[in-house]
Design a protein around this ligand. Structure first.
Ligand code: MIC
Ligand code: SF4
Length: 641
């Protein structure tokens, strides 16, 4: 067996490990963050379970840490009290970014993890099978339900040789994005093997599994070996280690080879993570801002390297360099090591250990500004400045740009690699985590005025008559559908408020129009809903009356979110029919419910035009849609309704 099959077979509750068939998995751990967590815990609460049923569930506060009003602080209090009541570990603001902290303090080799955040696969760097999911799915797993996925293809990524010169692990994943694009990983798990693996440390592996999300992959995983053991030993967590590797001759559905010796510094140009070029090809672009951090590149290794690169140097006068270490542990260790002082003295601005600029929580670039970021996403407008140009690169490329004020090959700036010494023992101080106890289980849940209860959606009607509220193109991401940033994020637990922002950057009147019409439909192209796992990108449209999304193809997590909120996901039988539809038209779906029940094809009628549309739904997913969403369905399953 390969690594994926080994872990899946140990967690398989039902189904068969055949590509394309649905499997139900036992999940050991869950994680949430504050932007998705409030909704997930409201849903969990509605399920009426007395305690989480997982081995470990952790609730992190790392996204909405800007407190420019009471909303976010109220959310934090709600998360803290609900965690206490239901036996969830709580990690408050300041502790760090969920994926970094989870890697350091909680991940266990060979276990399964789902997280209400698309970058949950980061933990694959430790040999965990970790999936991003909607909050409602995480809630149902916490309530003891299995996690369902369509068994993906397993792709062997053979890493050959060793990184040379100024190439970093970021360049490995950027190379994969260049080769495969943001759609290339859909329905696939990437398993990294080969002699190149052992030369990569855990944070380097985690940079790759983290950004596997940008490929649209179901997840990515590395073996667990002596390097993993060493990392966990330094974290004083040797008991979380176990060796995991693919059997000799293990079978894969596909194979890719990357020769690490040949890689050179790469950069993803605006506005998509797959628009990858060699740094030396685009040198000379003037830069205004450099941001180093995010769950992709904020580890101790990244920060020590940065300290070494900047030591004794000053950044370019036209640059704003912002640095956010990934965790309190990292910040503490670079403070004691002296690397933090080197970073500060270079002219950097130090931010708290949180997502920060990555999710548009501050540090938006200037108008038409160019920002080089070590992050994983560069969708237009996500930085908070609509006309900014975001480039994604490794900390080395980012540091070179910060010193010279332009995109430049690092070999022209640095002569030799700083000698980084990773201490033998990490600073272990878990004092800021709130761990579950019998006493805490008596905590009263506190909900501030911005935290609104969930709406109840009705079951699916037999026929639907929908107006096309918007028609959009390919690769629409969930930031397009449901923007984030400092203005919108405070309303993640207030559906009525946040729904006003649906598609606001693309079509300012979308919410108004959708609300004024009884039933709406969205028409889209390929890979609809790529990017973040935010279920608000399905929940808020449903709240506005969207009943059907008809596209050429879907991204995995968003497809699950649509189903979970009772929106019918349809695709064109013939992609060219996309051209026949227009915004404002009315489409009639006669007997849609009965047809789905009977597995028959569906005809969409637009006046006297008829087009064939299709769906791929398991029996379970059909029942969820008929019930008006997963919450209704789970409540029935658990006997709460
Ligand atoms: C993101 O990177 O887009 C986020 C913010 O972490 C999201 C989750 C969210 O929208 O809350 C994600 O990746 O799932
Ligand atoms: Fe946070 Fe950015 Fe990572 Fe999302 S991608 S979890 S916003 S750091």
């Amino acid at each position: 067996m390969n690594i994926t099959q080994k872990i899946i077979s140990k967690h398989l509750l039902s189904g068969q490990m055949n590509v394309g068939s649905e499997v139900a998995l036992k999940i050991d751990q869950t994680l949430t963050q504050d932007a998705t967590g409030t909704m997930a815990y409201l849903q969990f609460e509605a399920m009426g379970v007395s305690k989480v049923k997982t081995k470990l569930s952790v609730s992190y506060v790392d996204h909405n840490t800007l407190q420019s009003g009471f909303e976010n602080a109220d959310d934090h209090k709600f998360l803290q009290t609900i965690a206490a009541k239901y036996g969830i570990v709580f990690s408050p603001a300041g502790n760090g970014i969920c994926h970094q902290v989870h890697l350091e303090r909680f991940g266990v080799c060979g276990q399964t993890l789902i997280g209400a955040d698309s970058h949950t696969p980061t933990a694959g760097g430790l040999g965990m099978l970790a999936f991003g999911a909607g909050g409602l799915e995480v809630a149902s797993v916490m309530a003891g339900q299995p996690f369902y996925i369509t068994m993906p293809q397993i792709v062997k990524v053979n890493l050959k040789g060793k990184l040379k010169g100024w190439a970093s692990s970021k360049d490995i994943i950027l190379e994969l994005l260049r080769l495969l694009t943001v759609k290339g990983g859909r329905g696939k798990i990437f398993e990294f093997v080969g002699d190149g693996v052992k030369s990569l440390n855990i944070p380097e592996r985690a940079t790759i599994t983290n950004m596997g999300a940008e490929l649209g992959a179901t997840t990515s995983v590395f073996p667990s070996d002596a390097v993993t053991k060493d990392f966990l030993k330094k974290q004083n967590r040797l008991s979380s280690w176990k060796e995991i590797s693919a059997d000799k001759g293990a079978k894969y559905d596909d194979e890719i080879e990357i020769d690490l010796n040949q890689l050179e510094p790469l950069i993803a140009c605006p506005h998509s993570p797959d628009n990858v070029k060699k740094v030396k090809e685009i040198k000379g672009v003037k830069v205004n801002q450099v941001c180093i951090g995010s769950c992709t590149n904020s580890s101790l290794n990244d920060m020590l390297l940065l300290g070494g690169l900047l030591k004794g140097k000053k950044i370019n006068k036209d640059i704003s360099l912002v640095v956010s270490p990934g965790s309190r542990q990292t910040l503490d260790m670079i403070a004691k090591d002296g690397a933090l002082a080197d970073i500060i003295e270079s002219g950097a601005r130090i931010l708290e250990c949180a997502c920060g600029p990555c999710i548009g929580m501050g540090q938006s670039p200037k108008s038409e500004g160019v920002s080089i970021r070590t992050f994983n996403r560069s969708f237009k407008g996500r930085s908070g400045t609509k006309d900014a140009f975001i480039y994604l690169a490794s900390p080395v490329v980012a540091a070179a740009a910060a010193l010279k004020g332009e995109i430049i090959d690092p070999s022209k700036v640095f002569t030799k690699k700083p000698n980084i010494k990773i201490p033998n023992k990490f600073i272990i101080d878990d004092a800021q985590f709130q761990k579950p106890s019998a006493k805490l289980a008596k905590t009263e849940i506190i909900k501030g005025p911005n935290i609104k209860s969930l709406p109840q959606f009705g079951s699916l009607e037999n026929s639907l008559k929908c107006t096309v509220i918007i028609k959009i193109g390919d690769n629409i991401n969930t930031d397009d559908i449901m923007p984030a940033g400092a203005k919108v994020l405070p309303y993640r637990s207030n559906l009525e408020k946040i729904s006003q922002f649906v598609f606001s950057a693309i079509d300012a009147d979308f919410a108004e129009r959708a609300k004024s019409i009884e039933s709406g439909i969205i028409i889209g192209g390929e890979n609809y809903g790529q990017g973040s796992s935010r279920e608000h990108a399905a929940l808020a449209p449903r709240f506005l009356g969207i009943r059907i999304v008809l596209v050429k193809s879907f991204a995995r997590i968003h497809l699950a979110n649509l189903i979970n909120f009772g929106i019918v996901p349809l695709t064109f039988e013939n992609a060219a029919d996309y051209d026949l539809l227009n915004a404002g038209e009315t489409i009639v779906f006669e007997d849609i419910k009965q047809k789905i029940k009977d597995n028959q094809s569906i005809i969409a009628k637009i006046g006297d035009k008829e087009i064939k549309v299709k769906y791929e739904l398991t029996q379970r997913q059909k029942e969820i849609i008929f019930a008006g969403g997963m919450l209704n369905w789970v409540k029935t399953t658990l006997g709460v309704l």
